[in-house]
Design a protein around this ligand. Structure first.
Ligand code: ADP
Ligand code: MG
Length: 396
């Protein structure tokens, strides 16, 4: 069911705590990549325009419950201020007297950024005391951090349960687009799935098998399927404890009329080091001592033909060791074959998003999800605790 959003609740003059995902890369004291800040702007701007007193809370990196100077959010406040074109006040804590004073000083339309919430040991434990302290700062809670909703943390779930809690615009759109992939996708629906391991994605593969016409599998995880079919994969990354899982998925796909399309050729190399000798071989001819690091050109053609027919495409996981050219070629070629003009195209996953950006097609894609783990959890059909806790829209 749809969740209430900031539009469904009166925020004027209210203290509104917004959980955002400002987990951005920093470099030399500056924000190196600000896409996540930009993604939160519509909600922040709307709240400012409505006269809310806006309090932002985010994590950055993995400080594991203690303050780490390199992970302070000061550079984020600076960049956010530039993007919003209004001052963003920053405090060096998330709770305590200094924070309470800064909140009390906020006027309508003002914006305050709290310190990295993961400096607090209670965040990842969903500590009720931390949740209570955060709730004391605000009248209303807003979640606009899709990338965190699969985590039952204090700033995601604990505090949300203590205040009227609604979604921001970014979260609303993520739930709408990804939810429709499960509830009402236009067919043919084709999924492209890659990345290193099957084990990360078994749930998604299982849940999507019955819903899609074709599943195009590449990357390290394809090696495990190919090994399950009896191919010798040399030194390739293969999950030997998942061969049975792979064989089962192949059998189930066949039974459910889903074409599970595996690579027919591979780019193999003697090692993963830059400049390693490499060549293209059919999947039944991986030389002993070599490893598969990308899909080959015949596989790209096969995948492109499937994609050309699709009306809906979801892609998660690069199709090779794309960090190291030339092993990005297969991923880039398939990205460029996405039917962006004729289908709804949705991409999720940190590395996958980097890969489509490298292919230069990110701005043509219908929806680039800001949440890797969260998008997979949603497509697995699993509950997202940070979403469950938000208020339902009233019917009619
Ligand atoms: P995402 O971040 O988009 O969810 P994953 O993290 O699941 O994607 O997978 C990306 C990783 O998988 C990358 O580091 C990539 O190098 C690796 N990978 C893909 N194919 C291979 C392969 N054939 N061999 C080794 N690593 C691979
Ligand atoms: Mg990744």
């Amino acid at each position: 069911m749809a969740k209430k959003t900031v539009r469904d609740i009166d925020v004027a003059g209210k203290r509104v705590l917004v959980r955002v995902d400002f987990n951005v890369p920093l470099k030399e004291g500056r924000v190196a990549e600000d896409a996540r800040l930009k993604a939160a702007l519509p909600t922040i701007r709307y709240l400012c325009e409505q006269g809310a007193r806006v309090i932002l809370v985010s994590h950055l990196g993995r400080p594991k419950g203690v303050p780490v100077d390199e992970l302070r959010l000061d550079p984020v406040a600076v960049r956010l201020g530039e993007l919003l074109q209004r001052p963003v006040h920053k405090v060096d804590a998330c709770t305590g007297p200094a924070v309470e004073a800064a909140v009390a000083a906020l006027g309508p339309g003002d914006v305050l950024l709290l310190e990295n919430i993961r400096f607090h040991p209670g965040e990842e434990k969903n500590d009720p005391e931390l949740a209570r302290q955060l709730a004391a700062l605000c009248d209303i809670y807003v979640n606009d951090a899709f990338g965190t909703v699969h985590r039952a943390h204090a700033s995601v779930v604990g505090v949300a349960a203590l205040r009227p809690a609604v979604a921001g615009f970014l979260l609303e759109r993520e739930l709408e687009v990804l939810g429709k992939l499960l509830s009402a996708p236009e067919h043919p629906f084709v999924v492209v799935i890659g990345g290193a391991k099957i084990s990360d994605k078994i749930g998604v593969l299982e849940n999507l098998l019955a819903r899609v016409e074709a599943m195009l599998v590449g990357g390290g995880m394809a090696n495990t399927f190919l090994a399950a079919q009896g191919h010798d994969m040399g030194l390739s990354l293969v999950e030997t404890d998942k061969l049975e899982v792979a064989a089962n998925l192949l059998a189930r796909a066949a039974g459910q009329g889903c074409r599970l399309v595996l690579p027919v050729d591979l780019v193999v190399a003697e090692s993963q080091v830059p400049g390693a000798v490499h060549r293209v071989v059919p999947v039944n001819a991986v030389p002993g001592g070599w490893m598969a690091l990308d899909i080959g050109p015949e596989t790209v053609k096969l995948f492109a033909a499937e994609l050309a027919r699709a009306r809906t495409v979801f892609w998660n996981g690069p199709l090779g060791y794309f960090e190291q050219p030339p092993f990005d070629a297969g991923t880039v070629a398939v990205a460029r074959a996405l039917p962006v003009a004729t289908a709804t195209t949705v991409v999720g996953g940190g590395d996958t998003v980097r890969a489509v950006k490298r292919a230069g097609i990110a701005d043509k894609i219908t929806h680039v999800s800001t949440g890797g783990g969260a998008s997979l959890k949603l497509l697995e059909g699993k509950e997202l605790p940070g979403v469950t806790v938000l208020q339902e829209k009233e019917e009619g």
